[in-house]
Design a protein around this ligand. Structure first.
Ligand code: UTP
Ligand code: MN
Length: 480
């Protein structure tokens, strides 16, 4: 058989070019309990002997080697990497690896090499669940939506009540449940999991025992919740405004329209297009809008690049708006782009509403202000598009859709894409990780290393994850 060159992983520099002698054996060494340095040493040893060893787990892996782990643990770890693993791997103890190294070829797999399937007392998923959401993969399909729906409701209610700390605590618990590879059926499964606090546990327990959460049931029907939910559903209305209105007796849109309250331009547009803007935007609609935006941008500045970000980039099939990031490969060419795009769209009757804010980002040599603001300072256009639709019936020929356009200089583009892809919790956790663990400040503009007192440049999302010491998580796995 012709030896294959060891496949080079993008971004990973292999120290020695070795040839693969056993192309049907693709090894992955599990770091858990083995440790990073021993794993690196064993990987190098195996490669020298002509074995193919992958640094990251992927579909091509055939042999998973671990040390001091049970079969259940390894299986669960693998399930967490890839929920719908197509390829089955053989999961082996380190003894098979050691014997194979000694023999200089893959030895026959005997029963003693296979991992024990018995679950160790006291061990649970806790060891596999890192506490920052940016250290984990979270795909869109979840085994625990019955719990996360209830907790999302409570998080939303906390946000409506301006209890942001509480809301974030719920959101972190939700993210952990979404990342679990199994459906929770008993409270013991939660033992030791990060971020699932007492309050969330109580809600979960309620649902396991009674099929529903009494707290959710009693909140959902209150006049206050119903009114605040309705009023914040208006584009341009936040929880504070809604609360102020509610306190003056406003509970629905008619009462608001007749109240004599002065609405700003955004809120008037929000009220006018209330129904449309509360209908989910489909992927097909997002693509149609993408075509329009592309046409506009390329017409006013040829060579520009347009990227769909937000939930659609994470693979969601619907969204509450459509987010685009615009850049140009020549730094500086993008300056002043947005007003021209807005004129183009306005001239063609595409915009029902728009508000453009100028770029106000300034890179300070001493680093960003502390604490770094979560708001970015890109040139941005918050807009409502008039989207022509054929299948809307005889009277209605179009619908209103919220669209966010953001312009980034190419030097900040990687940070902007990362920042605008979300999810919101994933972004929050990235910044928290950067600050608490790496002593760095991350924004949608830049990454600043507070220890070295310098900005770390990046031209891709992969590089930013590497700067942060995190394994790269693709957009579809950022649905925390
Ligand atoms: P969205 O609010 O559009 O959320 O913000 P989404 O994930 O696309 O979900 P939908 O639209 O409800 O379906 C997208 C990303 O852009 C960032 C948010 O942090 C989020 O990660 N963003 C949004 C900003 O950085 N700044 C903003 O002013 C708004
Ligand atoms: Mn969005």
């Amino acid at each position: 058989m012709v030896p294959l060159k060891r496949r080079k992983l993008s971004g990973i520099v292999s120290d020695t070019e070795t040839t693969v002698k056993f192309p049907h054996v693709v090894i992955f060494l599990l770091e858990r309990k083995m440790g990073a340095s021993r794993r690196a040493f064993l990987s190098q040893l195996a490669r020298k002997k002509g074995f193919q060893v992958e640094d990251y787990f992927s579909d091509s892996v055939t042999h998973v080697i671990s040390e001091n782990n049970t079969g259940d643990m390894v299986k669960m770890w693998l399930d967490m990497q890839q929920k719908d693993r197509a390829n089955k791997t053989v999961n082996l103890d380190i003894s098979w690896f050691t014997e194979s190294m000694r023999a200089g070829c893959p030895v026959e797999i005997l029963d003693k090499h296979k991992l024990q399937e018995v679950e160790n007392e006291g061990e649970s998923v806790e060891f596999l669940m890192p506490s920052y959401a940016c250290q984990r993969r979270t795909s869109l399909d979840s085994h625990n939506s019955i719990f996360t729906d209830a907790l999302s409701f409570l998080a939303e209610n906390a946000e409506l009540n301006n209890e942001d700390g509480r809301a974030v605590a719920f959101r972190r618990a939700i993210a952990v449940l979404k990342a679990l590879p199994v459906k929770v059926t008993s409270m013991t499964q939660l033992r030791g999991l990060p971020c699932v606090g007492e309050h969330s546990q109580k809600v979960i327990k309620d649902i396991i025992e009674n099929g529903a959460s009494s707290e959710v049931e009693s909140t959902i029907h209150t006049e206050r919740f119903k009114a605040l939910k309705l009023l914040t559903g208006i584009f341009g209305v936040g929880s504070k405004t809604a609360d102020r209105w509610f306190k003056t007796g406003i509970q629905n849109l008619t009462q608001l329209a007749n109240s004599g309250n002065d609405l700003n331009r955004a809120q008037r547009a929000g009220l006018e297009h209330y129904y449309d803007l509360n209908q989910p935007v489909t992927k097909a609609e997002a693509e149609t809008i993408g075509d329009i935006v592309k046409k506009a941008v390329l017409d006013v500045l040829p060579g520009s690049e347009i990227t769909l970000t937000g939930g659609f980039r994470r693979g969601k099939i619907t969204g509450h708006d459509v987010d685009f990031l615009i850049t140009h490969p020549d730094e500086g060419k993008e300056v002043g782009l947005m007003p021209k795009v807005v004129s183009w769209l306005t001239a063609r009757g595409v915009l029902l509403y728009q508000k453009t804010t100028r770029n106000s980002y300034l890179e300070k040599e001493e680093g960003p202000a502390q604490p770094p603001s979560n708001m970015d300072r890109f040139e941005r256009c918050l807009s409502i598009f008039k989207l022509e639709e054929k299948e809307m019936g005889p009277d209605k020929k179009w619908r209103a859709v919220r669209v966010d356009l953001v312009v980034s200089p190419i030097s900040q583009f990687a940070f902007a894409v990362l920042g605008w892809t979300g999810s919101k919790l994933f972004e929050r956790e990235l910044r928290r990780w950067a600050g608490q663990v790496k002593s760095m400040s991350l924004s949608s503009h830049a990454l600043f290393d507070n220890k070295q007192c310098k900005y770390l440049k990046a031209t891709s999302e992969e590089e930013i994850f590497a700067h942060l010491g995190l394994e790269f998580i693709p957009p579809s796995e950022r649905n925390a």
